[in-house]
Design a protein around this ligand. Structure first.
Ligand code: SF4
Ligand code: SF4
Length: 398
């Protein structure tokens, strides 16, 4: 009776032109090509649902096979009833429209961002593009999204699944119905995040923030890093606010990092976003690009997580944007999906989910050069930075 050799069903295999990776989803151990013979052996045999007859094993490959067995990547059996052989799982993503009640489609949305206005009297250099890289204010146009329109759109979403409602502008405090919007959102159980640029805070308008409920967060955006005295002034002007505050700092060069360190933020609630501009490529390469060590330090992945990573963009999935002119986007770096009204929300979401044309399904398998790279299961999902730059290898690997 012939011996049969097979890769364990819990081992994820990916074979590319010049390398391969075997990933043991139980132990988190991975294996890349050590020599050309291993690659040849894997390429020749691993297309056959991971099964290899023993008479194909020669001396050259036997050490490699023993190693795979010792490390629990594979095993041999005297006889195998192939009916009982458990193949690795796969995933099916599309569904028929009739399978789902359209009403429940809005349940796919976890984050809904409203740009409620474009009014702002500041003139920041990054205004036209920072909002495409991370959540940031922008003066898109002067239109105001009316309170009644926000109320109407929100009526089609289930608060049960809607985790975050984000409110951005312009200067949101200039919205003519700001009080109504806040009072309405205070009734929502979702987490609300109100974004305000520190330049737009003044003694006259800061009291408007007192309307916001304590389940919300006020996110203070810093388009430039403030000096120590400026920061302490802002801090004390906000001391009357009991709602949680979060600081967001934008950095563009090494000087920004030094100025930020002077603020001694300690363990406070803050985030730092590098901003890509045409002149700071070296800074981004040094501070943002992933090294091999970063990539391979990813926590252990289950088989399910790998399949999800290969089929969905888990960073961008479920996030939607409504601009002040009612344009609806699944991502601000892609085409608009239409004008939003409560009646058409489900249709738009159905298109995104089922036609798989948008960034929710954009994975490294689909983009160059990641589609030929054995490290892609370890890399984070494609981000807004990559979409904005139209470059997908924010790494030092290729
Ligand atoms: S404060 Fe915000 S909206 Fe106003 S100019 Fe600066 S980036 Fe643009
Ligand atoms: S090329 Fe793409 S998949 Fe490969 S390491 Fe870089 S980012 Fe990751």
């Amino acid at each position: 009776m012939k011996k049969i050799f097979f890769i364990e069903p819990y081992v994820y295999t990916q074979i590319e032109e010049n390398n391969f990776v075997l990933y043991n989803t139980l132990t988190g151990k991975f294996l890349f090509k050590k020599n050309e013979e291993e690659l040849l052996f894997i390429k020749k045999n691993f297309q056959k649902q991971h099964i290899l007859l023993e008479d194909e094993i020669n001396n050259k490959t036997s050490n490699f096979i023993k190693y795979l067995q010792r490390k629990f990547f594979a095993q041999t059996r005297e006889s195998v009833n192939l009916e009982h052989y458990q193949h690795s799982p796969s995933v099916v993503t599309a569904f028929e429209e009739s399978d789902y009640h359209k009403k429940s489609l809005s349940d796919f949305i976890s984050d809904l961002t409203f740009y409620i206005n474009g009014e702002c009297f500041q003139s920041c250099e990054l205004c036209k593009s920072a909002y495409k890289q991370f959540s940031f204010c922008t003066k898109l146009d002067k239109t105001e999204l009316k309170f009644i329109e926000i109320e109407d759109v929100l009526s089609s979403f289930s608060p049960k699944y809607l985790q975050n409602i984000n409110i951005l502008g312009g200067n949101i405090l200039y919205h003519s119905e700001f009080d109504n919007i806040v009072n309405f959102l205070n009734k929502y159980s979702s987490k609300k995040n109100y974004y305000i640029n520190y330049k737009n805070l003044s003694v006259d308008n800061i009291s408007k923030l007192l309307l916001i409920d304590v389940k919300s967060t006020v996110v203070i955006l810093f388009s430039t890093i403030p000096s120590v005295s400026e920061f302490s002034e802002i801090n004390s002007s906000l001391s009357q606010i009991s709602i949680p505050l979060k600081w967001v700092f934008v950095i563009q060069n090494t000087n920004d990092i030094k100025t930020l360190e002077n603020l001694k933020l300690g363990g406070g609630d803050y985030e730092v976003y590098p901003y890509i501009n045409p002149a700071n490529q070296n800074f981004i390469r040094k501070n943002v690009f992933l090294t091999k060590k970063d990539i391979l330090s990813v926590p252990k992945l289950s088989y399910k997580q790998i399949l999800e990573k290969n089929n969905f963009n888990l960073l961008l999935w479920g996030k939607t944007y409504i601009l002040n002119n009612k344009d609806f986007y699944a991502n601000l770096n892609s085409e608009k999906l239409g004008k939003v009204f409560s009646e058409n929300v489900s249709n738009i979401i159905f298109e995104i989910v089922n036609e798989q044309k948008d960034v929710w399904h954009l994975t490294r398998k689909q983009v160059d050069p990641c589609n030929k790279c054995v490290y892609r299961i370890f890399c984070p999902p494609i981000s807004n930075y990559e979409l904005f730059s139209n470059r997908y290898n924010f790494c030092n690997m290729k």
